[in-house]
Design a protein around this ligand. Structure first.
Ligand code: ADP
Ligand code: MG
Length: 699
């Protein structure tokens, strides 16, 4: 592994442009390309021809099955395999795959969450081919990336609204570009998601029911060593992990995924993999695949890849950084400052559009990354706070400030800067930008949204980001298209936007208590700490209005999504609560009881031999442990009661609030006592592997 010729294996399992060009007739290729690039509807004949070539190619590569591959609202990908076989009259089989099968599928997918959508319309959903994301072969199966909808057209997945949001942004960005004399064919958003994960030994993993059931540890005392020495970050990668990474890269490259940078992260056993950026829907598909393949390859190496946001208390959790930009079909990045005054003005306008979008739709961005798992990170001084703000760096902030106040920008000739007339002063990419405390940072030619959890689908935040930037651009286009003097209006507009939205700009320390105070009390920014707080904002009137006007969601879809996301939160925590009860009743309490017995026996045995022994260690440990078991009993009963009460509530918002206010605090309370008991009990008597074993088990 890892010794292969990379250009040769790269994309070898993908029906990509190279394969299409080589295998399809010129006409078929041209019309498929038109569908991919310009969203033109695909002809039936063309679909038939593509399907037939796709099948031949896949069969040559050893595929026996095909599947429509989609992203339901569970957050993980779904597939249902059908083989290509079709009986032939002579008793054998031939391999068949039709254009119809390529374009449309009807999985009986009625068990996927629909938030009531399908109950009221149709029981079945259908999948529709997304030709802009290439088909690929995985485990002898030809996978066709698809969108998943109900028969009435409601989106039941994450891809459909993502594609719609990309179209919305494309529509509005082209209007703006036209005003600058640019006739771009299309504008697309690109994303490069950096993915963090943990690796633990499979044997240790299997001994922990909390990891098996919930993906995170629900108990565990801190080991003597955590991440305080910073010796893991960018450290030498251990041989077993290196072998895993090499194997992983090979698998990803074969699937055409641009795996690029790998390194150790801050916490012990934590790592990161970053791909080179690509078009948003392709990047989304690739990230889903990457997460799946990481887990599969880890198993081959006797490890388990944990994608949970907070597998271990006390050390950093895992996130994902969503590097985002907009580019035209010729590759011009609209977030790159240009060389001429005109380009600069255009850059500033797009920059303003993002700033305004983040301010106007802070709530949507926040809720797009909200899950029970990610709630553990945001605001916990290891990830950005739950308050959304924008980091621009001092230089760019200075420039905006100068424009706003009609003041000369320091460094340039002492002239007040006029947009479209003067060049932007050259500003360097802020190298101090390792301001990891900012949720949304400008990094020279892209924005990095850093609040995502490691297991989040990147579709959600990009839907909101694309849609809200489309909305800013729409407002600007409406105003500028009717302007008498374009340059004057542009200048006035940019000044206005800066003035109105500067409250969202913050270059300081996002982890500090002062920021929380200033953000919420002085600037009026939102601080939505948990999923239960954030999710209901999806249905705020201004959000429904914007998202429906840009045709990203229908109102019904929004209602169903809000319900599904909250339900997901409730179910996740509910499973965690029950797992805790299970572990405490079946393992922790009995284990401590056994250990107490041993201490008690030892004490009475020793005392029977000699009246001089004091047995201070045995007796004091016994006393404290016995006290703790009493507390643990009380706490576990408390938790059981809280979990029981949830069953009586049939309103998902109220349930999520009860989870936030009642269940989670009770879980934390219970954990505290069990973790203390762990420190007093001999390791051999403790029923589960310690944090030390889990975090340092991979060599
Ligand atoms: P940094 O080290 O500043 O985080 P990198 O160059 O390592 O930046 O890039 C991080 C991620 O951002 C990579 O996935 C990279 O491909 C992606 N990226 C770079 N340029 C862009 C862009 N214009 N649009 C979207 N993503 C980008
Ligand atoms: Mg980065």
């Amino acid at each position: 592994m890892g010794k292969q010729n990379v250009p040769e294996i790269f994309g070898s399992n993908v029906f990509d442009d190279r394969v299409m060009r080589a295998r399809l007739s010129a006409d078929v290729y041209a019309s498929l390309r038109k569908t991919i690039d310009e969203n033109v509807k695909l002809d039936e004949d063309v679909a038939e021809a593509v399907a037939s070539e796709m099948r031949d190619w896949a069969v040559e590569k050893g595929a026996t099955h095909f599947t429509h591959w989609f992203q339901p609202l569970t957050g993980v990908t779904a597939e249902k395999h059908d083989s290509f076989i079709s009986p032939s009259p002579d008793g054998g089989v031939i391999m068949e795959f039709s254009g119809k099968e390529l374009i449309k599928g009807e999985p009986d997918a009625s068990s996927f969450p629909s938030g009531g959508l399908r109950a009221t319309f149709e029981a079945r959903g259908y999948t529709a081919w997304d030709p802009t994301s290439y088909a690929f072969i995985k485990d002898h199966t030809l996978c066709i990336p698809t969108a998943f909808c109900s028969y009435s057209g409601d989106a039941l997945d994450k891809k459909t609204p993502l594609l719609r949001s990309m179209q919305a942004l494309n529509r509005q960005a082209k209007r703006i570009l036209k005003l600058f004399g640019n006739d771009a064919k299309y504008v697309r958003t690109s994303v490069g998601p950096e993915q963090e994960y943990f690796l633990v030994d499979v044997n240790e993993f299997n001994k922990r029911p909390d990891l098996v059931y919930t993906g995170r540890t629900l108990f565990g005392a801190m080991p003597p060593k955590g991440q305080e020495l910073d010796d893991h970050y960018f450290g030498v990668i251990k041989p077993r992990v290196t072998e895993f990474m090499e194997d992983l890269n090979d698998e990803l490259w074969k699937l055409g995924i641009l795996a690029k940078t790998e390194h150790n992260e801050v916490a012990p056993a934590q790592h990161e993999l970053a791909p080179i950026f690509s078009t948003t829907n392709v990047a989304t598909d690739s990230n889903q695949l990457m997460m799946e393949i990481m887990q599969k390859v880890a198993r081959r190496h006797g490890m388990v890849c944990l994608l949970h946001e907070k597998p271990f208390a006390g050390v950093n959790g895992s996130g994902k950084h969503n590097n985002w930009s907009m580019a035209t079909n010729d590759g011009t990045n609209l977030l790159s400052p240009g060389e001429t005054p005109y380009e600069n003005a255009q850059f500033l306008l797009f920059l303003c559009a993002v700033i305004q979008a983040v301010d106007d739709y802070q709530d949507l961005l926040r809720l797009s990354v909200a899950t029970a798992g990610n709630d553990h990170r945001l605001g916990a001084n290891e990830a950005p706070p739950a308050i959304i703000s924008v980091f621009l760096g001092d230089e760019l902030s200075g420039i905006l400030d100068a424009i706003k106040n009609d003041k000369p920008y320091q460094g340039v000739e002492k002239e007040v800067m006029k947009l479209g007339v003067h060049c932007l002063p050259r500003f360097s990419r802020d190298t101090t930008d390792r301001n990891r405390t900012s949720p949304f940072a400008f990094t020279g030619n892209k924005f990095e949204f850093r609040s995502l959890g490691s297991s989040n689908s990147i579709a959600c935040c990009n839907i909101m980001l694309n849609a809200s930037v489309a909305e800013s651009l729409k407002q600007y286009a409406d105003r500028l298209e009717g302007a008498e003097n374009f340059e004057d209006e542009l200048h006035a507009l940019i000044k206005e936007v800066i003035t109105k939205h500067e409250r969202i700009l913050f270059n300081g320390n996002g982890y500090s208590d002062e920021w929380v105070k200033e953000a919420t009390e002085v600037r009026g920014l939102l601080n939505l700490k948990t999923t239960a707080d954030a999710m209901p904002y999806l249905l705020k009137e201004k959000n429904v209005k914007m998202l429906t006007e840009h045709k990203v969601f229908t109102e019904t879809e929004l209602e169903s999504r809000c319900e599904i996301m909250l339900e997901n939160y409730c179910k996740t925590v509910n499973i965690e609560g029950h797992t805790m009860v299970d572990m405490v009743r079946k393992n922790y309490l009995p284990a401590i009881e056994q250990y107490l017995q041993r201490l008690a026996k030892t004490t009475s045995l020793m005392k029977s031999v000699s009246s001089n022994v004091k047995c201070n260690y045995e007796i004091s440990t016994m006393e404290r442990l016995s006290e703790l078991t009493d507390y643990i009993l009380l706490r576990v009963e408390d938790l059981e009661k809280a979990l029981e009460e949830l069953k009586e509530c049939d309103d998902v918002v109220k349930t999520s609030e009860a989870i936030r206010d009642d269940v989670i605090p009770k879980m934390e309370h219970l954990r505290k006592h069990v973790d203390e008991a762990e420190m007093l009990t001999s390791e051999e008597s403790w029923p589960f592997p310690s944090y030390g074993k889990l975090l340092f088990s991979v060599y």
